[in-house]
Design a protein around this ligand. Structure first.
Ligand SMILES: O=P(O)(O)O[C@H]1O[C@H](CO)[C@@H](O)[C@H]1O
Ligand SMILES: Nc1nc2[nH]cnc2c(=O)[nH]1
Length: 307
C-alpha cells in the first residue's frame, strides 16, 4: 500500500525533479565505462528519422531502459536507443528517439540527454525534427535549417533552466540570440548545394508548442503572424540546455505536413503522414548530416574550424 509520503513524492515532488550534476555525471560515467571512444558529435533523431542512427559504423547501442536515470521513449517512430559509433571516422552518439513534454515528463527530464552529451565530451549537437510548415512557400519534404526559435512553453514559465542554476553546467542567464551556429547553417547550405538539394533547403524560425494535439487553424494563423515558419513539439528545450552548457548547435526540421491555415481546407494533420514523409526524405537527410559531420573539425581547445 502506498504511504502518504510516497504518494506526495510521486505526484508532487518527482515532476519537479532536477538532475544534479552528480546524477548526470553518474549516467555519463556509466556509459563511458563501457565505451572506449568519446563522441564529439551528438545527434538527435526526430519523428520517423531514426534511420540517421543506422549510418553509424562500429555501433555500440544501449536501450534507454538500461541507462541509469534515462526516461523511456513512448512515441511511435522513436525507437528508444542510444547509439555510439563513427560517422565518416568521427566519433558520434545518436539518440534514436527523443522525449517530449506531452509524454508527461518534466522538462528537465526530457533535456537530460543534452547534459549527458556534454559530460561525454560532445562539442557539437545536431538536432532533427519533423514539423508542420506554416510558411506558405514551404512544401512537404522541404528541409528547414533553423536560424531561430519561438519558445511558447517558455513564455508560460516552462523553461528547462528554471530552478536553481549549477554553474558547472553554465551561467544563470544564457544568451539565446546566437543559439543556432551561423557557420554550421552555412555549412548545411554548402553541403546541400554540392549534393543537389538546394531546391528543397530553406532557412527559418521553428516554434515549439507543448502538444500532443496538433494546432487549430486560428493557432496556425497566429504563429505564422508571429514569425514562425514551422511548428513542432520538440527541439527548443534541447537547444536551450545544449547552449547553456556551451555546445555548438545545428538544427533542422523536415516539413512533413502543411499546417492547415484555411477554413475551406480538407487537410488534417496526422502522425502517419509525419512518419511517411520522414521515410521519403530519410536517405537525403542521412547524406546531408553525414557530409556535414565529416566537414566539422573539433579541436581540443574547443575551437571548431569548418573545412
Ligand atoms: O519533433 P519530433 O520529435 O520530430 O516529432 C514531431 O512529430 C510528432 C507529431 O507527429 C511530434 O512529437 C512532433 O514534435
Ligand atoms: N505541432 C506540430 N508538430 C508537428 N510535427 C510534425 N508536424 C507537426 C505539426 O503540424 N504540428
Amino acid at each position: 500500500m502506498t504511504t502518504l509520503v510516497e504518494f506526495l513524492n510521486e505526484s508532487l515532488l518527482l515532476p519537479l525533479h532536477r538532475y544534479s550534476y552528480e546524477e548526470c555525471r553518474a549516467t555519463a560515467d556509466w556509459l563511458l565505462a563501457q565505451m572506449n571512444v568519446r563522441p564529439l558529435v551528438g545527434i538527435v533523431c526526430g519523428s520517423g528519422l531514426g534511420g540517421l542512427a543506422e549510418m553509424l559504423k562500429d555501433q555500440v547501442a544501449f536501450n534507454y531502459k538500461d541507462i541509469p536515470n534515462f526516461p523511456q521513449s513512448t512515441v511511435h517512430g522513436h525507437a528508444g536507443r542510444l547509439v555510439f559509433g563513427t560517422l565518416k571516422g568521427k566519433p558520434c552518439v545518436c539518440m534514436q528517439g527523443r522525449f517530449h513534454l506531452y509524454e508527461g515528463y518534466p522538462i528537465q527530464k526530457i533535456t537530460l540527454p543534452m547534459r549527458i552529451f556534454k559530460l561525454l565530451g560532445v562539442e557539437t549537437v545536431i538536432l532533427t525534427n519533423a514539423a508542420g510548415g506554416l510558411n506558405q512557400d514551404y512544401r512537404v519534404g522541404d528541409v528547414m535549417i533553423l536560424k531561430d526559435h519561438l519558445n511558447m512553453p517558455g513564455f508560460a514559465g516552462n523553461n528547462p533552466l528554471a530552478g536553481p542554476n549549477d554553474e558547472r553546467f553554465g551561467v544563470r542567464f544564457p544568451c539565446m540570440s546566437d543559439a543556432y551556429d551561423r557557420d554550421l547553417q552555412q555549412l548545411a547550405f554548402d553541403v546541400g548545394a554540392e549534393l543537389g538539394y538546394s531546391d528543397f533547403l530553406r532557412k527559418g524560425v521553428y516554434c515549439v508548442l507543448g502538444g500532443p494535439s496538433f494546432e487549430t487553424i486560428a493557432e496556425c494563423r497566429m504563429l505564422h503572424k508571429l514569425g514562425a515558419d514551422a511548428v513542432g513539439m520538440s527541439t527548443v528545450h534541447e537547444v536551450i540546455v545544449a547552449r547553456h552548457c556551451g555546445m555548438r548547435v545545428f538544427a533542422l526540421s523536415l516539413i512533413t505536413n502543411q499546417a492547415v491555415m484555411d477554413y475551406e481546407s480538407e487537410e488534417k494533420a496526422n502522425h502517419e503522414e509525419v512518419l511517411e514523409t520522414g521515410r521519403l526524405r530519410a536517405e537525403q537527410l542521412e547524406r546531408l548530416v553525414s557530409n556535414m559531420v565529416m566537414r566539422i573539425e573539433h579541436n581540443s581547445d574547443e575551437n571548431i574550424n569548418l573545412y
